[in-house]
Structures are given as C-alpha cells and as structure tokens.
Design a protein around this ligand. Structure first.
Ligand SMILES: Cc1cc2nc3c(=O)[nH]c(=O)nc-3n(C[C@H](O)[C@H](O)[C@H](O)COP(=O)(O)O)c2cc1C
Length: 199
C-alpha cells in the first residue's frame, strides 16, 4: 500500500477492505517511478471486469504510458489544475459508448464509473496511486483519438506512485493536506435502518 499519512485514511464505523480504506486522490506523483507491465495490465483488467449494465461493455480505454505519444497527447488535454498528473506513469482516458437510447446512454456512464473504481482500487492494492479527473478537453480528446460518434470521453485516470511532498508545488501540498471528509453514514442512508440507530 502507498505510504499515506493516517489522516488520509477513510474514517469508517467498521474496518474496510484495506485498498478501499487507503484509497485517496493524491496529486503528488513520483516522476522517477517505474510502472511494471503487469501492474498496468492489471488495472486495465480490473476495469474490464467491472459490472456492466445488461452485459453491454460500453467502456473503452485510451492508454498512454509516460514517454509515448499517447501519454503526451492526453497530458496536453488536461486542464491546467490537473497538470500535476503529467508526473504519473500512465494516463488512461475512459470513454463510454452511449448506445442507442436514453437507458444505454445513462448506464454507459454508470459502467464507466464502475470501471474507474475497479481500476483505482486495483492500483491501490498494488502499491500504486490513481487519480480520476474530469478536467480535460473532451472535444479535443474525441478529435485527437478519432473517436467514433457516440463514444464519449468521460475521464482521465492517472496512475503512478506516490511522490515526495517536499518536491511538489506548495499549493498542491496544501491541497492534499486538507482533511478528507464524507457525510456521515446516517445522512447518506436515506431511510431509517435499525443498525444505524444502534450506533
Ligand atoms: C468523476 C470524477 C472527476 C474528478 N475530476 C477531478 C479533476 O478534474 N481534478 C482533480 O484533481 N480531481 C478530480 N477528481 C477527484 C475528486 O476531487 C476527489 O475524488 C474528491 O475530492 C474526494 O477526494 P478523495 O478521492 O481523496 O476521497 C474527480 C473525481 C471523480 C469521481
């Protein structure tokens, strides 16, 4: 698992599977790190095996590895505030084929979210970090990779190793030291359930 400060861990009422508890969205990537081939394949395989509505499998990936042209193209599409991710080992553009109607369109996005989550959790389980980003030039991505109509670029996930916070810009270090918070469980479970009343 990445060495993360304890205040980055998810605060939960009961212990979670460690890669879920330890996952967070760091902005400090180690620019000198290497990404073993199996780790890259594994995160893509995890994404491929995410649940998919009706078995449609609408999610597609454009994979850039630091040093190659695809990585440079994806990096060039990131919004300025996301340029920290250019120090990652891989930039993976997740796209979804919207299909023929409102339901296929809706669930293609759900499927992409599930694929992203599987990818990120597999990365954390492999001592990597991963950060999803919607802040990129969507139209530019469709053009750069000649995506067919209906295949929508939805997010870029950066994958790499946790960097050294003494080497990153002060605003990134400050942002990544802010407390991680979530609404309490009792606020997000909208009905009253007995187990929560017992807490
Ligand atoms: C769909 C989606 C898009 C996101 N886009 C960005 C982004 O463009 N830039 C960024 O730095 N983080 C982005 N994030 C990361 C969120 O800011 C982060 O997950 C949230 O602040 C919660 O922090 P945590 O992941 O550390 O728990 C995105 C997350 C999701 C799920």
């Amino acid at each position: 698992m990445p060495e993360a400060p304890n205040d980055r861990l998810a605060a939960t009422l009961v212990p979670l599977h460690p890669p879920i508890a330890r996952r967070w969205s760091p902005r400090a990537f180690d620019p000198a790190a290497e990404l073993p081939r199996d780790d890259l394949i594994a995160v893509l395989e995890a994404a491929r095996w995410a649940p998919t509505w009706g078995g449609r499998q609408p999610v597609r990936f454009v994979v850039g590895v630091r040093g190659d042209d695809t990585f440079a193209a994806i990096a060039g599409l990131l919004r300025r505030g996301n340029r920290y991710a250019t120090a990652a080992n891989a930039l993976i553009l997740l796209c979804a084929d919207e299909g023929e109607d409102d339901r296929t369109r809706l669930y293609s996005v759900v499927d992409a979210g599930a694929a992203m989550t599987n990818l990120v959790i597999e990365a954390v389980a492999r001592d990597l970090i991963a950060h999803p980003m919607a802040g990129f030039d969507v139209a530019g991505a469709a053009e750069a990779f000649a995506l067919p109509p209906g295949l929508h670029p939805l997010m870029v996930v950066s994958v790499g190793r946790l960097g050294d916070y003494s080497q990153v810009a002060p605003e990134i270090a400050e942002r990544d030291s802010r407390p991680r918070e979530r609404l309490p469980l009792a606020d997000v479970v909208v009905n009253e359930i007995v187990v929560l009343n017992q807490i």
